[in-house]
Design a protein around this ligand. Sequence first.
Ligand SMILES: NC(=O)c1ccc[n+]([C@@H]2O[C@H](COP(=O)([O-])OP(=O)(O)OC[C@H]3O[C@@H](n4cnc5c(N)ncnc54)[C@H](OP(=O)(O)O)[C@@H]3O)[C@@H](O)[C@H]2O)c1
Length: 428
Amino acid sequence: MQSIEVALLGCGVVGQGVVKLLSDESSPLWERLGKKLVIKKVLVRDLKQSRDVTLAEGVLTTDPREILEDDAIKIVIEVMGGIEPAGALLLQALNNGKHIVTANKALLAEAGGPIFEMAAEKKRHVGFEASVAGGIPILKGLSEGLIANRIERVSGIINGTANYILSEMTEHGLEFADVLKAAQEAGYAEADPTFDIDGIDAAHKLAILITLCYGCQVPFKEIYTEGIRNISSLDIDFADSLGYSIKLLAIAQETKQGVEARVHPTMLPHGHLLTQVHGAMNAIHVVGDAVGESMFYGAGAGSLPTASAVVSDVAMIAARLEEPSLLDIAQRLHPADVRPISEWEGEYYLRFAVRDCPGALAQIAGLLGDHDISITSVYQPERDEGAEVPIVVMTHEAREQNMQSALQKIEALETVLAKPVLVRVEKG
Ligand SMILES: NC(=O)c1ccc[n+]([C@@H]2O[C@H](COP(=O)([O-])OP(=O)(O)OC[C@H]3O[C@@H](n4cnc5c(N)ncnc54)[C@H](OP(=O)(O)O)[C@@H]3O)[C@@H](O)[C@H]2O)c1
């Protein structure tokens, strides 16, 4: 059996999963591929760090040149994370004629252009299946399985931590801060959870999905990104009683005014496929013009699930080392025309914390009306006069720009005691 030598940049959570899969002599991979993948070198920071895998002596190194300058190494697998030095190492690997595989969504979303350009110039493959939704083969699903489709819309739960937090809040009536703290203590959430809970990680993955679906590169800062910090268990309860679940969704859609690219908490009607996705699981709902609706569901992170996606790329590249790849997108990329969130039109859930006094609701309704926003329903529980009370308003379709200027004026009202909560409603 032919052997192909590969190297890893990084041997942490994902890297160790890759080592395990590639060290499994009894894996069906070898018979299917008809070639053997041999790990020649693994770059780490600290040679003494204890690891869950055994590597032959001399395989671990702290010197990237042992990988980049070794012509026998054909495929470099980047699982170290961060923008630099990962980006520079991948560019050097491509420049030296190596194919690359990466799980690094932050790098691809924020600085992927030069990597794809270099790969196209050097006619090398870039595998990045693991960069979106971990173990779910969504990129191969889109680029191969759905190659004949115009993708009308893609929406997904692509951050497991945020979905876990919202699921726990929903199932146990807990508050955001308490669930986050418990998740951090149990190791489910990072010590710095900003990327996960503020939607940044989901936006990184959305940028990659948009590149595949629409052939354009959206400047990362043009993706409207809003996280889940402001969602309270009160909103989840109100949403539930109105027939909705709240999920952090990443949504892309082609419109006449450009590509919509947004990440934000979203109210979905009970019964929508994505409301069935609980805990840390991920799912991507795709609407193609030929296939109709498709749903991809699975583990969006974790050592072996993510390694499964990494190894699938390595195997595909090993199978067609010198052939062009369906994922070689650099030559097809065009600049993105992004439809700003201010032009979005849809229904809204609004919650206001007001001092319970006569006229508070009338003032809010008046300002919404002044901005062309009509109300479908209002809910205001009874409280003692003078106490803080929530007012929940559901609206008909309204324009985001109008909504934001109405909310600014409402927030300034003397009877409104906190920043209003807004959740966009999606039905498709
Ligand atoms: N974890 C997941 O479930 C998951 C899922 C999907 C995608 N990803 C992506 O996969 C990548 C890796 O994530 P991870 O969770 O495996 O990270 P991790 O556990 O922190 O592992 C990082 C590895 O890279 C090595 N490393 C980091 N900086 C280095 C440097 N400057 N020079 C040499 N080695 C360096 C570390 O070496 P030491 O071991 O010596 O410290 C470590 O082995 C990230 O891009 C992440 O976004 C992760």
